[in-house]
Design a protein around this ligand. Structure first.
Ligand code: TRP
Ligand code: ZN
Length: 882
């Protein structure tokens, strides 16, 4: 049981470590029930630390859930009187300035269900040390500003664990007695403890020699369980593309002779960038056409890239403290986004990736920014750091990095990056250091820009345009405000880059200056500013915030005519899509209101006609047409409402889909036929776009309750030659309410040996609007279900709570009871996963009083549970706070 109450940690309290670590020598005797860790660290007092006292300083090491069996300092065994063993610390008072510590501890990997530290998954050993997992392996100053060189000796049974891996280079291996063997690894680079990793497992690998730009040959390996070697090609290809891209776009080269990726089925997050030994959730490695969808392939490319790019943005230059997390995560997400966009290459392909990013922000980050867990990109405080691996730190952080590039230009931004590496290679630094590099390299003052790091909340940008025909002048007034967030009642103006274009009456871009530019980036720094455009011959329609140039909410009094004009003609594809979303949203909100009043629902033909024209426009990529035809999700609609009515929203959106389907039946059938692909499967963007549009058409036709469509879907399900088409057909069937019991069974029987496909099987059922709480409970009883594997728990529980709002928010509160029960159950196994699930209730105050009452009770039930982790406690107590 927890003895101390959870402590809040503040950024302002940062102090440099009292001791620095020079070298770490780790010895592991691996045994699932009793692993012995021998740790020899060389430390020296940090002259920059304020702790220097007379007669030495206090040496504090972290430790958690490990048993101390021996401790020696400078060759002499310490007895318990010479150190203090706290709950999670080991302190040696007034230690000498130079210290060699030898620490022996024991841990029990097979009982470690938290998946943090050293744990067992399917009989093999893996580690996860970010953020504070290393202290669950050995006593250590477990903070990212303590960087050291590591040597690692692994010993384990040779038959059960034939593969022994750690960071860096393999320097020695051989056999021991009793059927055991060993491997010694050395990492030539200094690193923080969170980048330590080991794997001792029964695995096989796909490997390849690869030539770097400087001519060096490196060894690339992708390690997986036996039977999965037919699913490693795309990860390997993505790794090679990542290495090439980092060289070409940023001049950054791989610094090791060997780079390994290991896939593991039990993993809390997507993947981890351990130096030279990236450990991945299987979801972001394993793919072949039969088991993985286009979305899965895109995820693999992005995550392989992301982890690889961390080698420079995260590992070579790391974070001073965890408040700086976005320094590495925001920057690395930006890099992986650019990588994925460059891999597609075409302008419209890039736009589709950008639209996806905007969607994620609206779907997840804006709600976070206006909820009880709102925090700045660089938080000021936290209870549990694991709760701050958020869409704000990652995705909004990436937007902040993107804004530097928008303000400084691509070249200026590159100069800033070069200077950042020049100044800070091998260091643990801050977001301010990054900003300073951008400033110095470009001779610009970015003081105000810091507010993007310090102020939480989504700014609201309002725009007003006035046209003076006589003066041929257009005056644009931009204003900004930002709503209060917890702890930040008042906000100062942000430095916002607003990319603007003006469309003439025929839809063409008007030249905006002497140079003839058709897009300019305005810099809004005040609460309100006006910008003047001369030589404008006719009243224009403004295209604002092109390419989503800042993570803000834009308010402009667009008429339907304006939006239709932009939807048809905007040269900026992101704003073209955006105009369509605005047209749809205004109707969805009206329909929702009508549904609440029990009125008959009606959809205007203007909107459908615009959708029709877009669907028929063969000059547009299928991928873009698909994006433009996807209606705002139920949760994005909810975010627009003062008081959220999930049931009315569902009714309204379903009505809209049904109406579009019946009016555009012929066009949708044609789109379905025209976007069939023959020949072998390829996950490239063009093919994926066609499949996407085709499958969207199918889903629409099914939503239209067309009997013919049911047969089409069943046939596609049976004849599909890839998972994208098979899963899309099955999902569309289930979600339309058609009888798909036979197909569900067949799908399960065919893929029951593929864990990632079984996850899909659970997820598509959990998110079906026909699946209620009782059905979810029934699915939990399925032999394939387990709460212990995060992917499986997410596939059922998270899909239900986050992707099935009309059932989760059942009037009787049964969805919330289910939630409370399982937050508590999950918490006993894995606090990180439980805490993420707990966040499904963040926005509870936005619901009608009757639902709120049920939600409050569920939250209080969790808050009052015994033995609650700090992770979940932080989330529910912030949700309940005023
Ligand atoms: N640094 C990892 C990434 O973004 C994130 C991560 C992986 C992580 N595993 C984790 C964060 C466990 C916290 C806990 O690539
Ligand atoms: Zn990352």
């Amino acid at each position: 049981m927890r003895t101390d109450s959870p402590q809040t940690i503040f950024r302002k309290d940062y102090t440099p470590p009292s001791y620095l670590v020079e070298t770490v020598e780790l010895g592991f005797d691996l045994d699932p029930a009793r692993t012995i860790v021998a740790n020899r660290i060389t430390l020296r007092h940090n002259p920059d630390s304020p702790s220097a006292g007379k007669g030495g300083a206090d040496l504090v090491l972290h430790g958690e859930d490990i048993e101390l069996v021996a401790l020696r300092m400078n060759g002499v065994a310490l007895n318990p009187g010479q150190y203090i063993l706290g709950t999670n610390t080991l302190t040696i008072k007034k230690a000498p300035l130079n210290v060699v510590l030898e620490i022996e501890t024991i841990c029990v990997p097979e009982n470690n269900t938290t998946l943090s530290g050293l744990y067992v998954s399917n009989g093999s050993f893996y580690t996860q040390c970010e953020a504070e997992g290393f202290r669950r392996i050995t006593y250590f100053p477990d903070r990212p500003d303590v960087m050291a060189k590591y040597t690692v000796m692994l010993r384990a049974d040779k038959e059960k664990y034939p593969v022994l891996l750690s960071n860096g280079n393999l320097v020695e291996e051989g056999d021991l007695d009793d059927g055991r063997h060993y491997a010694k690894w050395e990492d030539p680079f200094k690193k923080p403890s969170y980048l330590f990793a080991l794997v001792a497992a029964k695995l096989v690998c796909q490997e390849e020699k690869f030539k770097l730009a400087d001519g060096r040959d490196v060894l690339l390996q992708v390690w997986v369980e036996e039977g999965n070697l037919d699913k490693t090609d795309y990860a390997m290809q993505s790794l090679k593309n990542s290495i090439r891209w980092d060289e070409e776009r940023w001049g950054l080269e791989l610094d090791l002779d060997r780079f390994m990726i290991v896939a593991v089925g039990d993993f809390n997050m997507g993947a981890m960038e351990n130096k030279g030994l990236n450990i991945f959730n299987t979801k972001f490695v394993l793919a072949n056409p039969a088991t993985a969808t286009d979305v899965d392939y895109a995820g693999i490319e992005a995550v392989v890239g992301h982890e690889y790019f961390h080698n420079w943005t995260g590992n070579r230059v790391t974070c001073r403290d965890w408040f700086q997390l976005s320094l590495k995560e925001g920057l690395t997400v930006f890099r992986d986004q650019e990588f994925s966009a460059d891999m597609i290459g075409t302008a419209s392909g890039r736009a589709v990736t950008r639209i996806d990013q905007v969607r994620t922000l609206r779907q997840a980050q804006f709600p976070e920014d206006s909820g009880p867990m709102a925090h700045p990109v660089r938080p000021d405080s936290f209870v549990e750091i694991n709760n701050f691996y958020t869409v704000t730190v990652y995705e909004k952080g990436a937007e902040v990095v993107r804004m530097y590039q928008t303000l400084l230009g691509r070249e200026g931004f590159r100069k800033g990056m070069d200077l950042y590496f020049q100044r800070h290679d091998g260091q643990a630094v801050t977001c301010d250091d990054f900003r300073a590099a951008m400033e110095s390299a470009n001779g610009r003052d970015l003081t105000q820009f810091e507010r993007w790091y310090s102020q939480a909340g989504t700014p609201i940008l309002t725009a007003k345009g006035e046209y003076d025909a006589d003066a041929r002048r257009y005056v644009l007034t931009l204003a900004q405000r930002c709503p209060p967030t917890p702890g930040q009642p008042e906000k100062q103006p942000f430095h916002i880059p607003v990319a603007v274009g003006l469309l003439g009456p025929l839809g063409a871009d008007l030249p905006l200056n002497q140079a003839g530019d058709t897009t300019v980036v305005l810099e809004l720094t005040e609460a309100e500013q006006t910008f003047t455009f001369d030589g404008i011959g006719a009243v224009p329609v403004p295209s604002l915030l092109r390419d989503f140039s800042a993570p803000v909410i834009l308010e402009y009094p667009y008429s339907d005519e304006d939006l239709l004009h932009l939807f048809r003609h905007d040269s900026d594809p992101v704003n073209r899509w955006e105009a369509g979303q605005r047209l749809a949203m205004s109707r969805l909100l009206k329909l929702t209101a009508a549904a609440q009043r029990g009125e008959e629902l009606e959809l205007d033909y203007t909107f459908i006609a615009a959708q029709r024209a877009l669907l028929l426009d063969d000059t547009l990529d299928a991928a873009f047409r698909e994006q433009a035809l996807i209606l705002p999700s139920e949760s994005v609609i909810a975010d627009q409402m003062e008081v959220v009515d999930p049931h009315a929203i569902h009714t309204a959106r379903q009505f809209m889909r049904r109406t579009i389907a019946s009016v555009l039946r012929t066009e949708l059938l044609n789109a379905y036929a025209a976007n069939q692909i023959t020949g072998p499967y390829s996950p490239d963007a063009v093919s994926a776009g066609k499949r996407g549009l085709k499958n969207l058409a199918l889903a629409y036709l099914l939503a239209g309750k067309d009997g013919h469509a049911v047969n089409m879907a069943r046939r596609q399900f049976e004849e599909a030659t890839n998972m994208t088409d098979r899963a899309a057909a099955l999902t569309a069937l289930i979600h339309s309410g058609a009888d798909a019991s036979e197909q569900l069974q067949a799908f399960y029987d065919q893929f029951k040996g593929e864990a990632l496909v079984v996850d899909k099987w659970f997820a598509m059922q959990a998110s079906a609007p026909t699946t209620d709480v009782a059905h979810v409970r029934e699915l939990m009883g399925h032999p394939a279900f387990t709460l212990k594997t995060p992917n499986r728990a997410r596939s059922l529980l998270f899909s239900f709570a986050n992707a099935n709002p009309s059932q989760f928010h059942a009037h009787d509160g049964s969805g919330y009871e289910f939630w409370a029960e399982h937050v508590i159950k999950l918490d006993a196994l894995n606090p990180q996963v439980a805490s993420r699930f707990a966040r499904s209730m963040d926005r509870w105050r936005r619901y009608p009083p009757a639902l709120q009452e049920h939600m409050r009770r569920a939250l209080e039930k969790v808050a009052g549970a015994t033995k609650l982790s700090n992770d979940v406690m932080e989330v529910v107590s912030k949700a309940l706070a005023n």
